[in-house]
Design a protein around this ligand. Sequence first.
Ligand code: HEC
Length: 106
Amino acid sequence: MKLNKTILLTSSIVLLSALSTSASADGAALYSAKTCWSCHGKDAKTPLLPLYPKLAGQNRDYALNQMKDIKSGARNNGMAAAMQGVMGLVNEAEMGEIADWLSSLK
Ligand code: HEC
């Protein structure tokens, strides 16, 4: 547990220092690496199914909160269960990076 915290802290620091230089690039890379695009579309606004939400241009904190709630199960409306399986792939810092990037899109 202590080790986990240390690792988390270290990666947060690494992420934070990366943030200052290329936050959007990291968010885009994570969005791609964590398979988000397979449902939400490569441009984040061409979802696989009409029922799936467009994410491009979404408010950062709103998007982050939805990711956290879908991951924890607090949000389980509609098609949220479809997304829950992949949320094990992202931690909170990574969700923040992705939310930064999504909110920067037009
Ligand atoms: C298997 C398909 C699938 C994958 C993969 C997926 N999502 Fe989703 N996502 C959904 C669906 C479906 C919803 C809408 C749930 C509902 O109906 O309420 C959603 C909702 C969201 C929302 C909330 C949108 C809103 O307007 O409330 C965000 C943000 C989001 N996804 C981000 C991501 C990110 C980031 C990833 C990658 C880590 C990801 N999703 C991977 C299917 C997916």
